[in-house]
Design a protein around this ligand. Structure first.
Ligand SMILES: CC(C)(COP(=O)(O)OP(=O)(O)OC[C@H]1O[C@@H](n2cnc3c(N)ncnc32)[C@H](O)[C@@H]1OP(=O)(O)O)[C@@H](O)C(=O)NCCC(=O)NCCS
Length: 196
């Protein structure tokens, strides 16, 4: 798996499969910023080879579909986004998602635009009923970014954070098809056509 079923494109954003030849260097450069890794499991890659290996893992992981996300206007990679291969549970089709957006693009409207592309796709085309995502409660960017998209808190538990060496609150968020349909309309539409 790993390879996504299709490219997704709208406005100035493109989701396409990871290309190790093209994406490893921009990925390595952007992931040298430790701010990208405060709340994630893996460490800052120590070399280009290691960065490439991380991307390759996303690309070939059997449980996910992973895309490289590009800003077409600036011909630049903005990060990586992945979703879980959909599964059935309790009569519901579920998946999960996670992303690494390069720091220079945080809070620029691109993450929100990317969410619009990916969630329209999963709910309208893949037939998913419910997306799930986990974040440490102190990962303010991640929690607020999800809440702004309509995710709601489903669970919060204490879990050992090996990177920080302490127990921390971890949140599980859920976004249903209805949450997404009824999401806050105040979103800035970063170079995307307006909703119809
Ligand atoms: C988590 C991540 C994807 C969030 O993306 P982002 O571009 O920073 O945030 P968004 O643009 O989606 O935020 C949406 C809204 O949430 C709120 N928000 C997000 N972060 C905020 C912050 N630090 N303070 C206040 N409000 C915030 C704002 O209302 C924002 O809208 P605005 O910018 O128009 O005001 C990004 O920061 C990232 O990739 N971080 C590193 C890796 C990571 O932690 N990934 C997630 C864990 S798997």
């Amino acid at each position: 798996m790993g390879q996504p079923p299709k490219n997704l494109s709208r406005g100035h954003l493109l989701f396409r499969p990871i290309d190790l030849g093209e994406d490893s260097t921009p990925w390595f450069k952007a992931t040298q910023d430790p701010a990208m890794y405060v709340w994630t499991g893996n460490p800052v890659p120590a070399s280009l080879v290691e960065a490439r290996r991380v991307l390759e893992n996303y690309q070939t992981h059997p449980d996910i579909y992973a895309w490289c996300v590009r800003d077409l206007e600036h011909d630049d990679m903005i990060g990586v986004w992945w979703i879980g291969v959909p599964y059935r549970e309790e009569g519901t089709t579920r998946s999960f998602d996670a992303q690494r957006i390069f720091r220079r693009y945080w809070r620029t409207g691109r993450t929100q635009a990317a969410r619009r592309i990916i969630y329209d796709y999963v709910f309208q085309e893949l037939g998913i009923d419910e997306m799930r995502a986990a974040a440490w409660a102190d990962n303010r960017n991640s929690c607020l970014s999800m809440e702004a998209a309509g995710f709601h808190l489903a669970d919060e538990r204490h879990r050992w954070n090996p990177k920080h060496g302490v127990m921390m609150r971890e949140r599980e968020y859920v976004l249903t098809r209805e949450n997404w349909r009824d999401r806050p309309k105040k979103w800035v539409d970063w170079r995307l056509p307006h909703d119809v």
